[in-house]
Design a protein around this ligand. Sequence first.
Ligand SMILES: [Zn+2]
Length: 60
Amino acid sequence: MEQHEQFFNCPHCGQSISVLLDLSVPSQEYIEDCEICCRPIEIRYEVSADGEIVFEERRG
Ligand SMILES: [Zn+2]
């Protein structure tokens, strides 16, 4: 399983956190709780044909 650690700032508390993306799934959308403030973050990503990761996070 190919994984990628994506770093971003939590949209709630602003802390730098990371999530592990499972790149065997080319596009996903799910909710993950912030490891600092435990509030829900909507994670969305897409792997383009050339392998570039388009990542987006929002308040869940
Ligand atoms: Zn947070």
